[in-house]
Design a protein around this ligand. Structure first.
Ligand code: E4P
Length: 218
């Protein structure tokens, strides 16, 4: 399973990429607004750090505008993936771009039906938002399970499941159990994954005992 970082903060991306765990990046207009930085310059900077896929979202609502924006975004770097909203116009654009071999990430997916349509339109990635479904009392992870079951029924559907709106480490574990292709993680969730109180407790005990031996390795 691949790990993408769900952020537009270049410094954070640089730091966490040093772990070797970051396979790609997802951004959205809200994350760009939160960073307070220029969208196109930020993408350029990210592309110098991350060699994997970098999702950049269009803001036009019609196919013509989306295609124009997609062309501009694609010129920034060869690893830019065009993020399109799951609307009729977004799906039309997805079909058009996939025929041109431009990678797409269809976002704001909240149902299995939407995920099926995105796959039929040749989306490279589908982004179902698990956290936002949980927020309204639904079960985000059962959507991932449904999409996985549907995609597995049809070998011609090549779309990868990119679990988005991840809020907890449990979302990551459940995604891995289901067999989702990618999770996009807020930086704090990626850091949280390596933590366990027994690891800290165990390390503390080992180091105390080691000190008693008065030995050194180097
Ligand atoms: C990523 O592609 C999505 O835009 C993001 O995960 C949404 O997360 P949120 O629901 O926490 O805003």
């Amino acid at each position: 399973m691949e790990f993408f970082l769900d952020t537009a903060e270049v410094k954070v991306i640089k730091k966490l990429s040093e772990t070797g765990l970051v396979d790609g990046i997802t951004t959205n207009p809200s994350l760009i607004a939160r960073s307070g930085k220029d969208f196109l310059k930020t993408l350029k900077e990210i592309s110098k750090i991350i060699k994997g896929p970098i999702s950049a979202e269009v803001t036009a609502l019609d196919t013509k505008g989306m295609v124009q924006e997609a062309k501009k975004l694609s010129q920034i770097s060869k690893n830019i993936v065009i993020k399109l909203p799951l609307t009729e116009e977004g799906l039309k654009t997805c079909k058009f771009l996939s025929k041109k071999k431009i990678k797409t990430n269809v976002t704001l997916c909240f149902s299995a039906a939407q995920a099926l349509l995105a796959a039929k339109c040749g989306a490279t990635y589908i982004s179902p938002f698990v956290g936002r479904l949980d927020d309204i009392g639904e079960n985000g992870m059962s959507l991932i399970q449904d999409i996985k079951s549907i995609y597995m029924n049809y070998s011609n559907l090549k779309t990868k499941i990119l679990v988005a709106s991840v809020r907890t480490t449990e979302h990551v574990i459940q995604s891995a159990i289901i067999g989702a292709d990618v999770v996009t993680l807020p930086p704090a969730t990626l850091k949280e994954l390596s933590k366990h109180p027994l690891t800290d407790k165990g390390l503390d005990a080992f180091l105390k005992d080691w000190k008693k031996t008065k030995q050194k390795i180097v």
